[in-house]
Design a protein around this ligand. Sequence first.
Ligand SMILES: [Zn+2]
Length: 428
Amino acid sequence: MRFLLSLALLTTLSQALPFSLVKHEALGGDGPTLFVIGGIHGNEPGSYFAASVLAQYYTITKGNLWVIPNLNHKSIMMNSRGVNGDMNRKFADIDIHDTDYPIVDEVKKIITDPKVDLILNLHDGHGFYRKEYKNTIFNPGAWGQTCVIDQGTLDCDHQYKNLSTIASEVSQGLNNGLIQDHHIFDVRNTNTRFDDEAMKHSLTFFAINHDKPAFAIETSKNLPTLEEKVFYQLRAIEGYMRYMGISYNRPFDLTTEKLKEIIKDNGFVTINNKINLNLENLRKDLSFIPLESKSNGFSFTHPLGGMLQEEGKYNLYIGNQKISSLSPSIHEAGQCNEKIAIEIDGKVEKLDFAKEYLIEADVSIINKSTTRTNIIGFTHESKKDESNIHVTLKDFDPKYSIDKEAKAYRVEFYRENDFCGMALIHFK
Ligand SMILES: [Zn+2]
């Protein structure tokens, strides 16, 4: 991951917004800009996992790609279309007291940014669109597998004003390379101005009323796997990039097998800069995690990473998947500046908090300070301070491990009752 990010010519991530905005820009920032929005509806994972793969892995060598992977982040974690109602019906007018107001207001500013040339709003839609009614899955009312436009052409003069032509070209491109024949794509024109009262409140209609070409991509909710939805979303987005002359690098082959692997990579979370957890193999429930009483900072490497406080627990999410539930043990922040070392298989090095150490056979925390060492799950002699003892894997009660394989354990440091930090010792 770190290697891939360093390949990006220029990638910026804005932290102040209620969502992430990732900008991949070729040197100089010249050329057309595509703006992709994932996760306006929280129960459409194809949309936000595709945007997340785009944000994390793609690099741009010509033109610019701006991505919001997690527009409606709370709804994503709660797997709800919209915890505060349908966000995609709030773009014509919105009450300033609406909880979604700051998000809608910010995204409107980005849509109308003079630099943005074309906008894609990603969705997972019901069924498979067909011009003729066949059954409840295949019919003219279905949204799945469509490039949606609000009208055939923009009202103003614009390089990309022929919405219908562009959507047809992208859709034809998608149809060369379907996983199954019935996944065929088509253009669905909602004729919003004349025929569709609800869509007049949508993000794309807001965009075209501000002279910005905008499209929705709808992959079918009826596709059997998440990776198939992401596959079609990414192929559609690449189709729009090609149309616009945006050049990109994707460091993997676009196959469902590869996407399945990539989607599984949950990354890490850092808590209060003192605790670092690998979200790959973490236990579903963790107890007595030292957190602070007032506010705790959770920082995820994955764009869809988030924390929700539910029933006294701190639940960690990647997209709509709950990865782990932390039961807190409340401690105030301790100041521990003494040098602590760790001896790993006979070799001594400095110990840092929020770091994982790989152990072949045995480990010992070398600590002559007043900071107390607590090795969680260590079963031998019960001591107040567990520094300066050689510890091996068989000394642990496996139910205290942090990982599902019972190989990784917590080492916590305290000054009296205040928490200083945690390191992980991970036996190979
Ligand atoms: Zn949707």
